[in-house]
Design a protein around this ligand. Structure first.
Ligand code: NGF
Length: 292
């Protein structure tokens, strides 16, 4: 059925054991998302893509490979944000030239930037590119929390069209949704999909949809049909899955479970963990319990 709300996987990056990027593995994950997950889109180069550990050449190679493989079948959002503003601008231009219709940028982190500096960063990233941008707000990892009025100030720039909202603050989410009815609000915590749907987000982006998209889609359909009990039941199973993934070390485990599903998802990049026997056994158990 045709849902209004969209589901995006936060695409992972496959690495070889020596920590180099495995572009064949990246292609395989794009294919799986399109062919099996029937995903609406991919968020490329985000946290789940381990992008903050990559150099510019690697990031470009991934952006190019993904848009080639997707070949127009789905929406693609390129996360270009970087503490190096020059790199962010270069990547914004690069992905725009490749044909990405939307970019995104994480709030600049680490240096406790003032809001004026954050605003300058966003306006600079979009200034010279013919593209639209979604703010990537993830306070737990960046330490940056934007207020409703600060979002409003960023939205004064017409090229800034939405928020990837990875935040458990549902009071703020309600305020944001209702103050900016025309902006695109995409929810980032997979374990909180149902309350985010209740607040009328436009969709969700997450790491676990790489392997749990079918269940998440079914939840969105149930919610849309007003079958809240069914949506809750599905969220409960998803959250059992997410809890087990987190306990088993989420990023390498997502890749191990994908391998059980036949997708050569490769390794994570160190200092992310490479799998040990316990982790491999844990991932097999997760696959058997939730995805077989
Ligand atoms: O991984 C994190 C860190 N969050 C992701 C997602 O919001 C990040 C979320 O799916 C993302 O989309 C990206 O930029 O790649 C979680 O992994 C999931 O909800 C399990 O907690 O917060």
């Amino acid at each position: 059925e045709q849902l209004m709300k969209k589901l995006y996987s936060a695409l992972m990056t496959a690495f070889n054991e020596d920590n180099t990027v495995d572009l064949q593995g990246v292609r395989a994950m794009v294919r799986y998302n399109i062919d099996v997950n029937h995903i609406d889109g991919l968020y490329v180069g985000g946290s789940t893509g381990e992008a903050f550990m990559l150099n510019t050449v690697e990031k470009k190679a991934i952006f190019k490979t993904v848009i080639e493989e997707a070949n127009g079948a789905i929406d693609l959002i390129a996360q270009v944000g970087s503490l190096n503003l020059e790199e962010a601008k270069e990547l914004a231009q690069y992905v725009t030239d490749l044909g990405y219709k939307t970019i995104s940028a994480v709030t600049p982190f680490y240096y406790n930037f003032s809001f004026a500096q954050i605003k300058h960063y966003y306006n600079e990233i979009v200034k010279d590119v013919d593209n639209q941008l979604i703010i990537y707000s993830i306070p737990a990892l960046t330490g940056v929390s934007l207020s409703i009025d600060q979002f409003a100030e960023l939205f004064e720039n017409p090229k800034i069209i939405g928020i990837k909202y990875t935040n458990a603050d549902f009071y703020l989410l309600e305020r944001v949704r209702n103050r900016f009815p025309d902006k695109l609000i995409l929810s980032g915590f997979d374990e909180m999909l149902l309350p985010a749907l209740a607040l009328n987000v436009d969709g969700a982006i997450g790491s676990t949809y790489n392997l749990n998209a079918k269940r998440a889609k079914a939840e969105m359909v149930a919610f849309d049909a007003g079958d809240i009990q069914k949506a809750r039941d599905l969220q409960q199973v998803s959250n059992d899955l997410i809890t087990d993934l987190i306990q088993n070390d989420i990023y390498p485990s997502l890749k191990l479970v994908l391998q059980e599903l036949g997708v050569p998802a490769g390794f994570c990049k160190e200092p992310m963990s490479h799998p040990n026997p316990d982790m491999i056994a844990g991932a097999k158990a997760i696959y058997t319990k939730y995805l077989k």
